[in-house]
Design a protein around this ligand. Structure first.
Ligand SMILES: C[S@@+](CC[C@H](N)C(=O)[O-])C[C@H]1O[C@@H](n2cnc3c(N)ncnc32)[C@H](O)[C@@H]1O
Length: 287
């Protein structure tokens, strides 16, 4: 039996709406557009066109994945972050819009350094979205950059993105348990570590809880484990006047400041995200 595009969209929207997807109409159009590689205009102005079985199966497969909570980015393997499209899969954290603030702050730090050449370390590099976005915004500065992660599978994704954006010469990707395999010092260390309390992971939305890797989320019993470990070693990996800036979770600002202060660091910046939540904090080491 032949099926029209209109009927396919109606069936698809019903599946998404019944499974509790809030913007079911918008997401149906988005998934149809990406699955069939048809423009929105095409979809809206040609509802009566006949859809082949292959086309129908392809749309339905993606709609069913979405109805189970899989994010659209992970269905199609691409996520937009800081106006760039990054390769993603289930082995990396889906880059979050709030992390764009960390990138902006890092770019400003690099510009303020007034140096012709800057070294940057991204701890917990994941897809590579932070460090690659920084490098792309500063074409006139020379870089030596390193991204590390403890997840072998995440590093494979980071390497694909390094290649996609042509940074193989300047940005190395390496397996490391935080600083364990890092051998040199840096002007800037950036990180968006796991900061969710272990007990809260089970309350997260399905698309995060199931499709983001546990290692990218789990911040230990108090959510602060990564900050505690990193604050112990960071001074050995910062150049003179080097800075470390990081994303933090809701309500963590004072705890993270206290952790770094007790290890000899001074706060140099605090930034709120668009929701007014303290999201980024930066430190330098007091000699
Ligand atoms: C919140 S995700 C951030 C990923 C990416 N930087 C981003 O912002 O989208 C935290 C990352 O830290 C990595 N990670 C967790 N524990 C680690 C460890 N002990 N050493 C190095 N990386 C670790 C995870 O694999 C994950 O990629």
């Amino acid at each position: 039996m032949y099926q029209t595009l209109q009927n396919l969209i109606k069936d698809s929207q019903e599946i998404l709406s019944n499974s509790g997807i809030k913007n079911s109409r918008y997401e149906t159009f988005l998934i149809t557009h990406k699955s069939l590689k048809k423009s929105y205009l095409d979809i809206l102005t040609n509802p009566e066109i006949i859809i082949s079985n292959n086309q129908r199966d392809c749309v339905m497969r993606n709609i069913k994945n979405r109805s189970k909570g899989k994010p659209i980015s992970k269905i199609f393997g691409i996520k937009e972050f800081f106006s760039n499209e990054f390769i993603v899969n289930d082995n990396v954290l889906d880059p979050r819009p709030e992390t764009e603030l960390l990138v902006e702050v890092a770019i400003n730090q690099c510009l303020n350094m007034n140096k012709p050449s800057i070294s940057i370390l991204d701890l917990g590099v994941g897809s590579g979205c932070i460090i690659i976005s920084i490098l792309r915004e500063l074409p006139n500065i020379k870089f030596r950059a390193l991204g590390v992660d403890d997840s072998h599978a995440a590093l494979e994704v980071a390497k694909k993105n390094v290649k996609k954006f042509n940074f193989e010469r300047y940005l190395k990707i390496k397996k490391s348990n935080w600083f364990s395999s890092v051998k040199s010092k840096f002007d800037l260390i950036v990180l968006n570590p796991p900061y969710i309390k272990t007990s809260e992971i089970y309350n997260l939305e399905k698309d995060v809880r199931i499709y983001d890797p546990h290692l990218a989320l789990d911040g230990g019993s108090n959510g602060l484990k990564a900050y505690e470990i990193i604050s112990n070693k960071a001074k050995f990996f910062l150049n003179d006047r080097g800075v470390i800036i990081m994303e933090i979770g809701f309500g963590q600002l004072n705890s993270v400041k206290r952790i770094f202060r007790t290890k000899g660091f001074t706060t140099i910046l605090e930034e709120k995200d668009l929701q007014g939540i303290n999201r980024v904090v930066g430190f330098k080491f007091k000699k």
